[in-house]
Ligand binder design. Sequence first.
Ligand SMILES: NC(=O)c1ccc[n+]([C@@H]2O[C@H](COP(=O)([O-])OP(=O)(O)OC[C@H]3O[C@@H](n4cnc5c(N)ncnc54)[C@H](OP(=O)(O)O)[C@@H]3O)[C@@H](O)[C@H]2O)c1
Length: 886
Amino acid sequence: MAREVDNHLASAAIYPIDVNYTIALKSIDGIHDDYRNKSFKLMQWSPKQNSSDFPTDYVSPTDLLIVKDSYELWALDLESHLQYIVDVVVNKGFLMADNMSEDTIADNVWLIANDKDNGVVGLVNCLRLEPGGDRIRCIFDCNHLFNQIDFNSKPFSQILSNDLAINVLRNGQLGTYRHLTLPKNYDKTLSNEYYLNIGQNRDISSLQWFDKRNMSDKIEGYNLDNKPVKYMKCNIYSSGINFRDVMFATGRITSGPLSLIIDCLIGFEFAGRLKETGERVCGFDMSRCFATSINAMNTMVSKIPDNWSMDDAVTILSTYSTVWYGLIERAILRQNEKVLIHSAAGGVGQAAVNICKYYNCDIFVTVGTEDKKKFLMNEYNIPENRIFSSRDIQFKYKIKSLTDGKGVDIVLNSLTGDKLEASYECVADCGRFVEIGKYDLQMNKQLGMFAFLRDISFIGVSVDQKLFLSEGYIQKWWQWMHENSNNGMIKPINRTVYKAEDVEKAFRYMTTGKHIGKIVIKIRDEEPKDTKVFNPSAFLSSTVKTYFDSNKSYIITGGLGGFGLELAHWMIALGARNLVLTSRYGVTSDYQKFVFKRIESLSDRFKTFGTNITVWTKSTESLENTKLLVKEANSLAPIAGIFHLSVVINDCLYSNHNIDEYIETIDSKTKTFVNLDQITRESAIDLDYFVVFSSVSCGKGNAGQSNYGFANSVCERICESRRRDGLHGLAIQWGPIGDVGVLADTDIVSPLAGIVKQRINSCLDILDKLLQTKHSIVSCIVRAKRQTQSGSRESRIVAQIWQALGIDPKTTPDHLTLGEIGMESMFAVELQQGLERDYDIKVSLNDIKNVTIRMVKEFEAGKTSELKLFTEELRDCRSKLSKIKF
Ligand SMILES: NC(=O)c1ccc[n+]([C@@H]2O[C@H](COP(=O)([O-])OP(=O)(O)OC[C@H]3O[C@@H](n4cnc5c(N)ncnc54)[C@H](OP(=O)(O)O)[C@@H]3O)[C@@H](O)[C@H]2O)c1
């Protein structure tokens, strides 16, 4: 019974995930998992023969799932059919609309297909949604094993009794086509070649390792300043977390234009070995240094001094280079000067303390906690009266008093807001204010110019910019580092080491502000001696990731269409540099010209994005012409991928169609794809990707698109047979796409109701993952309704709050606020974003700190109203206050 309901739903183009009704069943045992989701209530109900037992009290006819899967049923008045409904439920145990039709006696129409790449499945899916289509059935005998259909013998008798719309005979097996939900971890793979990046949500919980096996090795290229560079392959052993990484991971600083050209912006320093020689090296890169390996620019890499371990080296790179550049190179630090070092227990702070001690400076420091104060007193012998809190601006008065009102010669600042202003006031006449924090710079904070009358200097330090973009500077740094590696100036900094699998904990630890020194991510253990046999990195669950090879070429048919242009752009961002786009008419529209210009200007601005794009306008419907297309692509570089997008749509109900238009749609999709499959197989071209963009109209059906459904279905069969032959083949049944393409300016029509348009960025994000799956046909749709939030998400957020605060909620008084307990601003930012994103609760950073433990507990219990009320009250007060003139 359950299986029957299941089959009916599947064949009737119903998306069970979108149905919000109750199904009454005699037994719910054995019903498929797809129908057990929350929005689809299953009710076990065993009705007696008497129709008055129909449970109208709690299940009215409108609550029943009625599948009006053909036009004749649309006008049906369910109230008048109540008796009939009851009879059907009583007799059959379930109710489907086709049982209610007045005219169910008409004969079925059977379509028989017996060649392997036939599109009958997509055809029938569409035809069944057209008038009279509910009588259509098909038998798809893929291997052409049967010359005759005899419904009295197997397997045809079975087909008849199953009464399914689609019946497939393949390799002696009888089956049908169904959509199954991909497992949650469909985009995960076990890999020991990975790098760390931030996921979609741009918060710490979205940090994940990405598989980097598709990323091709670079030997030479250009840096972002268009200078030719050579790359060295390094295995990474240790990487250091910098505040900048955490700021990106929490979305606290925006990535700026760089994010348009680089898909990873975290990971700035590493230590490891050259793959070729095994030599121990350390280095910088613009990003992607939390990784198992890297192709590093040769200038950015240097030997590790013998007296340092790799973990030592990684504690020195960004910390000492920042202080070297800020204090020595820019502020020209002199012996015996007075220096204020903020957050002195951190990595940069300790590097500054070491360098200033070497220069015999008079050191003043700030710290955030008592532990850090003790640490500086014990480790660096800094007197207690020189250590102040970085949580308020009291240090300003104390420093002024300790320096007879003069202030200090240099402030090394990383504090923000009012503490930055207080620090600014601590600078003595003719002193230097060295800003190494990024937040206020990003926020374009304004500072008064008045202080410049005292001849002070404001020095903004962006050591990464300097090292990467200023010619010769990186060599200067390496020289300074080696000269001072053994004379007491540079001392490795204490660190907390986390394994790669605990990287999220490591980032969270940094947001608590409790850490002292550096936080290091250990990718693999260092071998005791020089070696070329490297310790392996651990196998970790990593997110699959697509990259394209800059030394290969890719064909996109219909590449000047809406999706095609976006695809081309996306492929370039992921490494593709040689593309052939096909089109019948070439670049004609203003939008196409604009996109080409954009790609050209990217190539002009950055040589590393230099891209060859050929627009191919010859027809590819004949085999000979398609051969020419393949030859053209091969002339740019060996072909590695084909993306088939070209299509001409002619929608019309089957009964009204004209044959030429019907065939035009089919040919536009099938001919080129068949040719490309044949040619690449015959020439044994090893393709990483052979992809067709199919449609949910093919997979689920759509009235008026039977030609389109048939064509896509042919392409899907080709993908299946390629997979069987060990070749790449992937058909993606897209739902309607917004922004660009054939449906961009249209409303979605009723047969596809239940799904909404997918944004093009989301399509590309999913494509990235689907390209790495092993399936031959996948479907991608966006459900119309958002699922309601379950309590678990709240509990998860709150569990993080307790963990970040380091408190036991049971023993903490309810009236205390998060601020009173000591919530760090980094975590407050994360919480603020989470509340806004998931619950539409907008609350300022300061107000987050006024949230009480009681409110958090209620939130945990799923009662979001308290928190909402609190924020609304705050907003109300503010608006009232703003109207009062003081
Ligand atoms: N957009 C959606 O909502 C959606 C949904 C599901 C599936 N899809 C699939 O995604 C693919 C791209 O869709 P789209 O929305 O980008 O469509 P589109 O904007 O109409 O692009 C298709 C392009 O194919 C080209 N074309 C047609 N016949 C050709 C031929 N013989 N040779 C070369 N090029 C030819 C056309 O360019 P010229 O006029 O310049 O020749 C057209 O621009 C299609 O295969 C479609 O089936 C799209």
